[in-house]
Design a protein around this ligand. Sequence first.
Ligand SMILES: *Cc1c(COP(=O)(O)O)cnc(C)c1O
Length: 386
Amino acid sequence: MKIETQLAHLGKDPATDKMVVNTPVYRSSTIVFPDFDTCEAANLGRHSGFTYSRHGNPSTLALEEALAGLDGSNHVLVFSSGLAAVTASLLAFLESGDHVLIPDNVYGSTRKMCEHLLVKMGVEVEFYNPVLGADIEKCMRKNTRVIYTESPGSMTLEMQDVPALAAIAHAHNAVLLADNTWATPLHFKPFEKGVDVSIHSTTKYVSGHSDLIMGHITTQSKDHYLKIKKIFDVTGPAPAPDNCFLALRGLRTMQLRVNQQMENALKVAQWLESQEEVERVLYPPLPSDAGHGLWKRDFSGGASVFTAVLKATGRDAIAQMVNGLTLFKMGYSWGGYESLIVPFRAEKIRTVTQWKHEGWCVRMHVGLEHPDDLIADLAEGFKRMK
Ligand SMILES: *Cc1c(COP(=O)(O)O)cnc(C)c1O
């Protein structure tokens, strides 16, 4: 099946749901066993069906079935948040004394989790320059178990050479975990590029409507899936059934939204590039972006999220600009139908690489609004900035 058809048909089975077209929300804690034998099998961990809703129920299974295959794998696990999926994936492969390599432009909460949880566990956490590519080999140690990648990275969007990282990881008996949220399950095929575990914040484009928090992972091998499932089962980051229903509904239109939003984002980004207030736009689909070659080689599309680096601008000027915007709302997250903006200072969010620009940056997410209206909103903002 082609992806469009998959998105329309997977994750539902009217014959088991009273002929209702969509899988209903199964709100549950308890799952009842039909007989003694089944209950005993469940007690012994040998029952293959549902046992207790923290480990999964028909709502989580329907979403997992629909997500299966999108990354090119049937091993899928859904979580209560993207961060829970990141955390379980890292915990599955690391123990005290191990070394892990994390890119310097990693999602901020992933960084905090590494610094607060992995370090506390006795894992050696090393941040690396995301543009190293095959030169990451010089960071490898005898105890390196995991290379982590996020391409493009959060906020500053440097692209990474994922196949090169995979080759080095595998030559050193380590695994490559990839946060694939930006590319969505549609536009980067992780397992064709050597990734072992693909991690998504389902909160973003799968949901698409800014109304839930969820995550999911897919793995190439069953063994890796089972390692992560073990951590899932002993820590309990189960998603709410209502959120699974909403994510499944979002998934049905994901491809249309993602592709339209990227088209809109390219228009806004190209307009920004031509403005005198803007120094650079960091967005791999733009030919001017340093990572454009890697993006073209490895991706078939991506998110409508990018960053504009503004020319040296004071705090008051940037505040004037963003405070008066009417369409771009100020807020975290992205992947919804509506446009968002976040002002930030890039030098404050990295520890091993230097940020060479002086001024403020704005991270933007472009929604489904008409790009002409969005451009007019930003043009007014630049007028206020002056
Ligand atoms: C949002 C995000 C996460 C975390 O996802 P939550 O669902 O908010 O926990 C992880 N990685 C990236 C790249 C993100 O943008």
